[in-house]
Design a protein around this ligand. Sequence first.
Ligand code: ZN
Length: 243
Amino acid sequence: MEIQCLNCGTKSSGNYCPVCGQKTSTHRFTMRHIAGQDYLVSIFYLKRSMFTTLASLFTRPGHTVREYVEGKRVEITNPLSLLVVVVLAFGFLEHYADYHLMDVVSGDRELARNLEHLLAEHPKIFYISMIPFYAVISFLLFRRAGHNFAEHIIMNVFRSVVLVVLTVIHLVTGALVNNLAVMVWVSRAFSIMGVVYGTWLIYQYFSPFYRNKLLLLLRALTAYLLPFVLFVFGWVIVEAAKG
Ligand SMILES: [Zn+2]
């Protein structure tokens, strides 16, 4: 039986595509896939260049991720492995750099300052633990695309990867610049970049499914900001209950 390769489109009957080498059994992601061992074990086998993957994530994020989810997997690093690597790199830098995200926390109201502290202290925990919430929201907002929950998880893992990479660049910049007054502004610029990037990725990812681009943009912005707003809301309630 001839199967069409999801990566390059070649038809063949073997176990591997004769043109690009991807397994012909490549299929859609499921939750079992994400939890499954074969997927997690590959963390230690980053067979493709991480840098090629990061470069495409920074130049055409949504298209790269959608194509990956839909089956073009050969040139892209497994996102869960990538997340582990960038989080380890972040932890390493956080430990050794003279500059810390906490240094530029400057909210003038107590509540805002406490929240900024929390996020500056545990950015990687925040980025990782928020993935399921982001996936629920994007799953609900973009049902028309017909992607399953696992595929929304994968999409949001890629988003978290880039946000952690941006935080790594932020840390390195802080260590190089070595001037806190400047870094307060640089740090704001990085926050804005995070919002712009997250929205851009989601917008591009779902662009084939929505004709009305303004509505798509609003949905993308909502998908990016709503989980964060809900998080802040929940956090304020917990803080109020404590105090
Ligand atoms: Zn192929």
